[in-house]
Design a protein around this ligand. Structure first.
Ligand SMILES: [Zn+2]
Length: 133
Protein backbone atom coordinates (compact mmCIF):
# COMPACT_ATOMS: atom_id res chain seq x y z
CA UNK A 1 0.00 0.00 0.00
CA UNK A 2 1.27 3.47 -0.84
CA UNK A 3 1.98 5.57 2.26
CA UNK A 4 0.08 8.73 3.21
CA UNK A 5 2.38 11.20 1.49
CA UNK A 6 2.42 9.17 -1.71
CA UNK A 7 -1.35 9.03 -1.58
CA UNK A 8 -1.81 12.72 -0.81
CA UNK A 9 0.46 13.82 -3.64
CA UNK A 10 -1.31 11.52 -6.09
CA UNK A 11 -4.70 12.88 -4.98
CA UNK A 12 -3.51 16.45 -5.45
CA UNK A 13 -2.31 15.63 -8.94
CA UNK A 14 -5.57 13.86 -9.71
CA UNK A 15 -7.45 16.98 -8.60
CA UNK A 16 -5.45 19.19 -10.96
CA UNK A 17 -6.13 16.74 -13.74
CA UNK A 18 -9.87 17.00 -13.07
CA UNK A 19 -9.64 20.82 -12.97
CA UNK A 20 -7.80 20.85 -16.30
CA UNK A 21 -10.28 18.47 -17.81
CA UNK A 22 -13.14 20.77 -16.82
CA UNK A 23 -11.38 23.80 -18.32
CA UNK A 24 -10.66 21.95 -21.53
CA UNK A 25 -14.34 21.07 -21.81
CA UNK A 26 -15.20 24.77 -21.66
CA UNK A 27 -12.73 25.62 -24.37
CA UNK A 28 -13.49 22.68 -26.65
CA UNK A 29 -14.96 24.82 -29.38
CA UNK A 30 -11.76 26.83 -29.64
CA UNK A 31 -9.76 23.76 -30.59
CA UNK A 32 -7.79 24.98 -33.56
CA UNK A 33 -4.18 24.19 -32.80
CA UNK A 34 -3.56 27.27 -30.68
CA UNK A 35 -2.13 26.88 -27.22
CA UNK A 36 -4.22 27.04 -24.10
CA UNK A 37 -3.06 27.42 -20.53
CA UNK A 38 -3.39 24.34 -18.36
CA UNK A 39 -2.67 24.14 -14.66
CA UNK A 40 0.58 22.52 -13.62
CA UNK A 41 -0.49 19.13 -12.25
CA UNK A 42 2.40 18.72 -9.81
CA UNK A 43 1.97 17.57 -6.23
CA UNK A 44 4.03 20.45 -4.82
CA UNK A 45 1.41 22.75 -3.36
CA UNK A 46 0.48 25.55 -3.47
CA UNK A 47 1.33 25.62 -7.16
CA UNK A 48 -0.82 27.67 -9.51
CA UNK A 49 1.51 27.80 -12.46
CA UNK A 50 0.12 27.40 -15.97
CA UNK A 51 1.58 25.54 -18.89
CA UNK A 52 0.80 26.38 -22.54
CA UNK A 53 -0.22 23.27 -24.49
CA UNK A 54 -2.12 22.64 -27.67
CA UNK A 55 -5.19 20.47 -27.38
CA UNK A 56 -3.27 17.71 -29.13
CA UNK A 57 -0.40 17.87 -26.65
CA UNK A 58 -2.85 17.81 -23.76
CA UNK A 59 -4.67 14.81 -25.24
CA UNK A 60 -1.38 13.00 -25.56
CA UNK A 61 -0.67 13.46 -21.83
CA UNK A 62 -4.24 12.41 -20.98
CA UNK A 63 -4.01 9.21 -23.00
CA UNK A 64 -2.23 7.48 -20.09
CA UNK A 65 -3.86 7.46 -16.64
CA UNK A 66 -0.40 7.49 -15.02
CA UNK A 67 0.76 10.64 -16.83
CA UNK A 68 0.55 14.24 -15.60
CA UNK A 69 1.89 17.49 -16.99
CA UNK A 70 4.06 19.84 -14.95
CA UNK A 71 6.14 22.95 -15.27
CA UNK A 72 9.77 21.84 -15.83
CA UNK A 73 11.40 20.97 -12.50
CA UNK A 74 8.17 20.39 -10.60
CA UNK A 75 8.38 16.59 -10.51
CA UNK A 76 8.95 15.04 -7.07
CA UNK A 77 11.93 12.75 -7.74
CA UNK A 78 11.14 10.06 -5.17
CA UNK A 79 7.46 9.82 -6.14
CA UNK A 80 7.40 10.10 -9.93
CA UNK A 81 9.52 9.87 -13.06
CA UNK A 82 9.91 12.45 -15.81
CA UNK A 83 9.16 10.58 -19.04
CA UNK A 84 8.99 13.44 -21.57
CA UNK A 85 10.71 16.82 -21.60
CA UNK A 86 9.53 19.78 -23.71
CA UNK A 87 10.72 23.39 -23.59
CA UNK A 88 7.66 24.57 -21.63
CA UNK A 89 6.47 21.49 -19.81
CA UNK A 90 7.33 17.98 -18.73
CA UNK A 91 5.30 14.79 -18.55
CA UNK A 92 5.67 12.76 -15.38
CA UNK A 93 4.70 9.16 -14.78
CA UNK A 94 3.40 7.83 -11.47
CA UNK A 95 4.41 4.38 -10.17
CA UNK A 96 2.28 1.35 -10.99
CA UNK A 97 1.51 0.96 -7.27
CA UNK A 98 -0.83 3.95 -7.66
CA UNK A 99 -2.56 2.68 -10.76
CA UNK A 100 -5.82 1.89 -8.93
CA UNK A 101 -6.11 5.40 -7.51
CA UNK A 102 -5.06 7.00 -10.79
CA UNK A 103 -7.49 4.98 -12.85
CA UNK A 104 -10.33 5.56 -10.43
CA UNK A 105 -9.83 9.33 -10.44
CA UNK A 106 -9.14 9.57 -14.18
CA UNK A 107 -11.79 11.94 -15.59
CA UNK A 108 -11.73 9.91 -18.80
CA UNK A 109 -12.53 6.73 -16.88
CA UNK A 110 -14.33 8.01 -13.83
CA UNK A 111 -15.71 5.47 -11.41
CA UNK A 112 -17.30 6.46 -8.20
CA UNK A 113 -15.20 5.84 -5.14
CA UNK A 114 -13.68 7.48 -2.13
CA UNK A 115 -10.59 8.70 -3.97
CA UNK A 116 -12.67 10.18 -6.80
CA UNK A 117 -14.85 12.05 -4.32
CA UNK A 118 -11.86 13.54 -2.56
CA UNK A 119 -10.11 14.43 -5.81
CA UNK A 120 -13.27 16.13 -7.12
CA UNK A 121 -13.63 18.16 -3.95
CA UNK A 122 -10.04 19.34 -4.30
CA UNK A 123 -10.70 20.12 -7.97
CA UNK A 124 -13.73 22.23 -7.00
CA UNK A 125 -11.43 24.41 -4.89
CA UNK A 126 -8.90 24.62 -7.70
CA UNK A 127 -11.57 25.53 -10.21
CA UNK A 128 -12.67 28.44 -8.07
CA UNK A 129 -9.09 29.62 -7.71
CA UNK A 130 -8.47 29.21 -11.44
CA UNK A 131 -11.50 31.24 -12.49
CA UNK A 132 -11.00 33.84 -9.79
CA UNK A 133 -14.46 33.11 -8.38
ZN1 LIG B 1 3.75 22.84 -10.23
Amino acid sequence: MPDDRTHQVALTEAAFRIANERMSDWSERHAGGERELYLCECGVQPCRKRVPLTREEYESVRSDARHFLTVPGHAIPDLETVVQVFPEYEVIEKPTALLDLLTETDPRDARSGEATGRAQELADDLGEAATGG
